[in-house]
Design a protein around this ligand. Structure first.
Ligand SMILES: Cc1cc2nc3c(=O)[nH]c(=O)nc-3n(C[C@H](O)[C@H](O)[C@H](O)COP(=O)(O)OP(=O)(O)OC[C@H]3O[C@@H](n4cnc5c(N)ncnc54)[C@H](O)[C@@H]3O)c2cc1C
Ligand code: SF4
Length: 475
């Protein structure tokens, strides 16, 4: 424990952000790093609990009190070694994780939690600055070959771990560059793409091969992969978005959030985007109140939209924990993201009934209605009815559908392989073994568990790699 009285002396402080008026003019990250003294004070708040509940909250099992202590002592290399023992990519989670560890931090019982996520980001960025993060060159090869399908955080974590175990790993990615949603999906202002490139370069230097524009089941045959590899990891993500099939769905100006976000990632990387969706001078409505929706809000504001509104079907969540979501569970409370801080009208308990177009087939308005929700005794929304007389039209020239993802794409890879699916349409693979019903084929990440988080994808990639290694090595 760095400083026994740290939690009494210092309160939670987050690093400064660039002002909204400034950051809306670019797509760069806007959260500064702490000065050294502040970083130390924040690490000093950790109580090194006898039972560190933060461990339980963290899907990769980061050794949080240990790296907090090392940071407090300015033992930077030690902090990096502790963190990299459990997480291959802390530079991603340190930027974009919703930090379930902080929700379960013991300090959170009666004080603001330790700033674990920010400290994690500092550990890895200091390690890069000081040159501690170097490709590992001493890998002893086993002669076994593994194909990883998909280069999101799950595929990357599996590839990195299997490569360290000595297997020869090739990652197949259907997009033009690796990274999955880290590359195409998550906006640059949350995660600049040089951060992804920096890690990919290290993995390549360590011996991982990336093949892009390679869609398994389309231009790469699954049978060839099965023939030429000792094991296969399916990590293709959960890519089929939930649609809103109401009148007017086919109008110009009604689009899936992912198409809009991916185009902007491409523009920032100076890559051509086709069928461009632009929010400039439009009234934008984002349908769906989650993180993808919030990313659309931030991107629309950067485009210079006339107005940005975000709708959520569910009622507004409470501002803080209720007796039904006690510490240390992850609380379903109101989340205000940095994109919301930049400006958006947020409306809850609203349903969209129709997209209304003009004579040229372009979206011009939405027909919406307010909902009244009945709650269960523990405060969860159960049923809704439309509020009579609340139906109205609002101007809208761009509606972005951000209502989550159903399951992985079934056409192509999954249908060619004939792999068994679970009741939600995800690839069925036992949570402990990650093994599908097909010999030597494993699965991890959103493709297996359904739409989730980067940290879960990393955790699954690592655990799946351990099972593949056991399968290949026989123990
Ligand atoms: C807009 C958006 C914002 C998000 N923001 C956050 C956030 O802030 N924090 C957070 O923790 N989580 C966030 N998430 C969720 C997170 O990104 C995902 O849970 C995570 O990326 C899943 O990782 P994965 O590796 O399983 O799949 P993905 O990242 O989806 O990667 C799968 C990859 O497989 C490729 N692929 C699919 N099929 C094939 C095939 N047949 N052949 C070759 N390649 C194939 C795809 O092209 C893709 O690149 C966000 C999600 C979205 C959509
Ligand atoms: S629960 Fe919070 S205070 Fe306790 S060890 Fe973990 S980070 Fe430190």
């Amino acid at each position: 424990m760095g400083k026994p009285t740290g939690f009494l002396e210092f309160t939670r402080e987050l690093p400064k952000k660039r002002p909204v008026e400034e950051r809306l003019h670019d797509y760069d990250e806007f959260v500064h790093l702490y000065e050294e003294e502040r970083l130390n004070n924040q690490a000093a708040r950790c109580m090194d609990c006898g039972i560190p509940f933060c461990h339980n909250g963290c899907p990769v099992g980061n050794l949080i009190p240990d790296f907090n202590d090392a940071i407090y002592r300015k033992s930077w290399k030690e902090a990096y070694e502790i963190l990299s023992a459990t997480n291959n990519f802390p530079e991603f989670t340190g930027r974009i994780c919703p930090a379930p560890c902080e929700s379960s931090c013991v300090l959170g019982i009666n004080q603001p939690a330790v700033t674990i996520e920010e400290i994690e980001k500092h550990v890895i960025e200091i390690a890069f600055q000081k040159g501690y993060v170097q490709p590992f060159k001493g890998i002893v090869r086993t002669g076994k070959k593994v194909a990883v399908v998909g280069s999101g955080p799950a595929g990357l974590a599996a590839a990195a771990q299997l490569n360290y175990a000595g297997h020869t790993v090739t990652v197949y990615e259907r997009d033009d560059s690796p990274g999955g949603l880290l590359r195409y999906g998550i906006p640059d202002f949350k995660l600049e793409k040089w951060v992804v490139e920096r890690r990919l370069k290290i993995m390549e230097e360590e011996g991982v091969t990336f093949k892009c524009n390679a869609e398994v089941g389309v231009n790469i045959s699954m049978n060839d992969l099965l023939r030429n590899n000792h094991a296969i990891v399916l990590a293709g993500g959960s890519t089929i978005p939930r649609d809103l099939k109401i009148p007017g769905r086919d109008l110009n100006g009604v689009a899936f959030a992912m198409d809009f976000l991916k185009q902007q990632n491409k523009r920032v990387s100076n890559k051509p985007a086709i069928n461009e969706l632009i929010a400039t001078e439009k009234n934008v409505v984002v349908i769906g109140g989650g993180d993808t929706g919030s990313d659309c809000v931030g991107t629309s504001n950067r485009h210079g939209a006339n107005s940005v509104t975000q709708f959520e079907l569910m009622p507004m969540p409470p501002a803080s924990r209720t007796p039904f979501m006690p510490w240390p569970t992850y609380p379903m409370v109101l989340k205000t993201t940095s994109s919301h801080e930049e400006g958006a009208a947020r409306q809850w308990a609203v349903s969209t009934k129709e997209f209304i177009g003009d004579e040229n087939g372009n979206l011009k308005a939405l027909k919406i209605v307010d909902l009244e929700w009945k709650l269960t005794p523990d405060g969860r929304p159960a049923q809704f009815v439309e509020i009579a007389g609340s139906e109205r039209e609002i101007p809208c020239e761009l509606a972005l559908l951000a209502m989550g993802f159903l399951h992985p794409q079934h056409a192509g890879l999954i249908s060619e392989l004939g792999v068994e699916l679970d009741e939600r349409g995800n690839v069925k693979a036992n949570e402990k073994m990650y093994q599908t019903n097909i010999q030597k084929v494993f699965s991890a990440g959103d493709m297996r568990r359904g739409q989730s988080l980067v940290v879960w994808a990393i955790a699954e990639g690592r655990e799946c790699a351990a099972k593949v290694d056991e399968f290949l090595a026989g123990s």
